[in-house]
Design a protein around this ligand. Structure first.
Ligand SMILES: Cc1cc2nc3c(=O)[nH]c(=O)nc-3n(C[C@H](O)[C@H](O)[C@H](O)COP(=O)(O)O)c2cc1C
Length: 209
């Protein structure tokens, strides 16, 4: 099956089979794909939180307007944007580049000033919005990687971010819950699995210039 076949197979799962757990190596593979998602300047200004704990998930479900996927899926993945992006964050990133690539930090001075300029040139609100956009890129990779592995997902924005932040202690970590995905296996009787995929017609969706 090609990636397009797999994307046709997947759908936003409304009813998960709560008896089915994702095998640890499969979950690791999907999360590895998320970690490889591209981000602006490579900053990865968000974090990925995986929640399996039943008690925590019961609270999250309440904060997600009772959506049953939160407790019925195998795990819930929360993509949480960094809210405290500052020079230190940028410098730490440059440190990491220098270490991983084995280059002198001074050789990265030009890149560092670009990174710090991108951070200092934004208001705190703009920085958070910027970070949130990166979380959505990770969501796209998560959706695709899960489909490749025949794992079901429901991407979700239908939750109260403030309540999620409180339940998961994200605010004190300098994070805000941005978008989430429940991940697991569809229930055999989820009627949504039988519905035709609705997308805008290609001639309306694509613009070739
Ligand atoms: C960012 C985002 C947020 C979404 N939020 C919810 C949600 O809170 N609850 C839900 O059941 N589905 C949610 N969906 C699923 C969409 O409704 C679904 O992806 C869309 O209708 C297309 O259908 P398909 O994914 O089955 O192809 C969300 C999808 C995205 C990408």
């Amino acid at each position: 099956m090609t990636l397009v076949d797999k994307l046709n197979w997947r759908y936003a799962t409304k009813k998960f089979d709560s008896t089915k757990k994702i095998a640890a190596d499969k979950l690791r593979y999907i999360l590895d794909a998320v970690q490889l998602a591209p981000s602006s300047l490579g900053l990865q200004h968000y974090r990925t939180i995986v929640v399996e704990d039943a008690e925590v998930r019961a609270k999250l479900r309440e904060a997600a307007y009772g959506q049953s996927q939160i407790t019925e899926a195998s795990q819930v993945v929360i993509l949480a944007a960094e809210t405290g992006l500052n020079e230190d964050f940028g410098k730490k990133y440059i440190d990491n580049v220098a270490t991983v690539r084995g280059v002198q930090r001074e050789a990265l001075a030009g890149y560092e000033s670009m990174v710090l300029g991108a951070i200092n040139g934004r208001t705190p609100e703009q920085l958070t919005v910027w970070a949130q956009k990166q979380a959505y890129i990770a969501l796209g990779v998560l959706v695709s990687a899960a489909a490749e592995q025949d794992v079901d997902i429901c991407p979700m924005e239908g939750f109260d971010a403030d309540k999620f932040n409180e339940i998961l202690g994200l605010t004190e970590k300098g994070l805000t819950a941005t978008v989430i995905a429940t991940i697991g296996y569809r229930a055999a009787d989820d009627p949504f699995s039988q519905q035709a995929k609705v997308r805008r017609p290609k001639d309306e969706f694509f613009i070739h210039i």
